[in-house]
Design a protein around this ligand. Structure first.
Ligand code: PEP
Ligand code: MN
Length: 337
């Protein structure tokens, strides 16, 4: 329920209404705006109706929040949210480029790939230490050692780091080592994992499940928000369709659609979205043009020897070219890299 207060509603009245909402066992929300205060009440619709808030003289209107994802929806939160990873802001008008190898393989590989990412304009380093692979025989990642390397190289190059967590039991380690936690496509509906990161106090990059609808993604985000973590970034990374010419079908219409439905920042991963190096830069530019708040790409110092996702990893010089192109495009759109 969204409760719009009249412009002259006093603080005492607002506090009293928030108290009444809470007394009913509902979750009260307080959103002061430039002209008027908006309150929210989340919980059982029947209990909400019993409150009879329409009858309050200081209340202008009471509207239901129609979306099932109450905290992610724009209804309650009309302005774009901005999430910070380290000191890099994403969303609310800020665009960020995230880059790095698919997986942390060795200190040398990570350092050289991270330097390439940075030279190409990336301000956040990505890299997987725990890799959820389709085959149990594929490289599974370096685990805790990979996290240490990521932290070390991130600090050396002054880049905050984001990395994927696959098991809630590792939460403390990730909170200690990472600046943001990624939930991958295979775990978008791993609700225990979502609840864990909902309570962790670190920004979360939530990737769209490869067979998930937009509303499924928003409901997954709602789990994290409902846990008390407001720092959620959504990531479109392609979905499974009948098309096999690309690894996934990158759904760029999801970007403006998500931005209509939610206040959360939206980034795009054209590397997993296409699976093909030559398509990464064009789709990264298209994502920025579609209104994405950032782009995350895989770059490797030597893609031919990569232990995972070599065919979609940019060469360092391609990363640099992409950084220049993105910067020119964003400038033309009145935004900055
Ligand atoms: C990744 O970003 O390395 C990754 C595994 O992505 P996804 O979960 O989108 O496949
Ligand atoms: Mn990858």
């Amino acid at each position: 329920m969204i409760i719009v207060m009249k412009p002259d509603a006093s603080q005492d009245t607002i506090d009293r209404l928030l108290g009444r909402i809470e007394d009913k066992g509902l979750k009260p929300l307080h959103m002061p705006g430039a002209e008027r205060v908006v309150l929210g009440a989340l919980g059982d619709e029947r209990v909400l109706a019993e409150l009879g808030l329409e009858a309050e003289p200081s209340v202008e209107s009471v509207k239901p929040i129609l979306a099932p994802y109450k905290l992610a929806a724009r209804d309650l939160h009309p302005h774009d949210s901005r999430v910070k990873i380290g000191d890099v802001a994403i969303g609310g008008g800020r665009f960020a480029l995230l880059g790095g190898p698919c997986a942390v393989e060795s200190e040398e590989q990570l350092r050289a790939s991270a330097k390439a990412a940075k030279a190409g304009g990336a301000r956040i380093l990505r890299g997987g230490a725990y890799k959820p692979r389709t085959s149990p025989y594929s490289f599974q990642g370096k685990g805790p050692e990979g996290l240490d390397l990521l932290r070390q190289v991130g600090d050396e190059l002054d880049l905050p780091v984001v990395t994927e967590m696959v098991d809630a039991r590792d939460l403390d380690l990730f909170v200690e080592k990472a600046d943001a936690i990624q939930i991958g496509t295979r775990n978008m509906q791993n609700f225990e994992l979502l609840k864990a990161v909902g309570e962790c106090g670190k920004p979360v990059i939530l990737k769209r499940g490869m067979a998930a609808r937009i509303d499924d993604l928003l409901m997954a985000a709602e789990y994290v928000l409902a846990g008390g973590n407001e720092e959620v970034i959504l990531c479109e990374r392609g979905i499974r369709t009948f098309e096999t010419a690309t690894r996934n079908t990158l759904d760029l219409a999801a970007v403006p659609l998500l931005k209509e439905k939610t206040h959360l920042p939206v980034i795009v991963d054209p590397s997993h979205g296409t699976g093909k190096r030559s398509l990464v830069a064009p789709m990264a530019l298209a994502a920025a043009a579609a209104g994405a708040d950032g782009v995350m790409v895989e770059v490797h110092v030597d893609p031919a020897t990569a232990l995972s996702d070599g065919p979609q990893s940019l060469y360092p010089e391609q990363m640099e070219a992409l950084g220049h192109q993105l910067s020119r495009l964003l400038h033309a759109l009145g935004r900055e890299l």
